[in-house]
Design a protein around this ligand. Sequence first.
Ligand code: PLP
Length: 423
Amino acid sequence: MTHVFHRHLHHTPPVAIAASGMTIRDAAGRDYLDASGGAAVSSLGHGHPDVIAAMHAQVDRLAYAHTSFFTTEVAEQLADELIGGAPEGMSHVYLVSGGSEAVESALKMARQYFVEIGQPQRTHFIARRQSYHGNTLGALAVGGNAWRREPFAPILVPATHVSPCYPYREQHEGESADQYGVRLAAELEAAILAQGADRVIAFVAETVGGATAGVLTPVPGYFKAVREVCDRHGVLLILDEVMCGMGRCGTLYACEQEGVVPDLVTVAKGLGGGYQPIGAVLAQRRIVEAMSQGSGFFQHGHTYLGHPVACAAALAVQRVIRRDGLLAKVRDDGEAFGAMLREALGDHPHVGDIRGRGFFWGVELVAERATKSPFAPGLKLHARIKNDAMARGLLCYPFGGTVDGRQGDHVLLAPPFIATRQD
Ligand code: PLP
């Protein structure tokens, strides 16, 4: 009998005992090809010697120093590294322990910014349906997965949800990508006006949607139109790149490909590549300056902010990505990966859509292609796919269930950047 509180209380998963490169081994000696990097986490694969050496060196030098007393060289270097490749105007990095913490911190940073500049009446967030931003209460409130929110709904901060950018299901026939993007931005503007433009703190969105709708790539121009709407009403734009950032889409930040600069951007997962739990919020200079000229203090914090060993792991991961030219590799091989998926699965009667960017691909499954009708929820297709794949030695990341009243089954593929075409 296990004393670990596993997510699924009726099922204890296999025991992972070792991992190397693209493969994880369990206690029964089975090897699994890691085609999803866990949940889009392992950007460098497993057991990378440079990352392990950096972590060892950091533990030997300094394992922990609380941020109310000290900063550390490694946190300063990691922040420099992240800002060096960041969108224009980003000046500071708030280092936390994971994705939910990063989103939670960004929401509070945005709220405190408005308090500092004399707009405390801004209390409302707008986000998107079919999104995922984490499981802590603030992140859950902006998340668009109704099933996850439901039991906790009475204790969540108020947030309104607008349509995601989901061309496969929601772009009208005869509507161009441009027109679709403009329509979605108009919906956002209407939601802002319905709340009262001076009451909205921020619009929160994943640049490329991940775990709820199976990789949603935005149509060109969508985020530019969104940025204009936010600017018109003084609303901040928070882009959540916990899953799609840090090279996963072929650029360090996914928003580089959209030509927009967010006010705050969150990253995690691929930041530390799974070697340590770490996340971050990158903030625009004007936000930090407003707080600096106001209270001079961010009224938030966690014990493990900027943990030195986590920072050492993340710094090593990011340096390897840069040194080994892995962003270009992800772009090139990502195209090939998409083409392989389309060739292998494109004609399958139950594959509705294949979409993605870089090493971030989603396969949407449907009962019938013509009507795009989903499979019955009772089938628990995602669980069956996951178990079947594991039985065959493959790790992919399927999920499904009812999302805002709509059923969808998807399989997410997010291999480590070191994956070869042979893998
Ligand atoms: N935001 C996005 C876009 C995510 O995909 C996730 C996790 O899947 C999170 C936030 C939450 O991150 P974590 O699970 O590290 O708390």
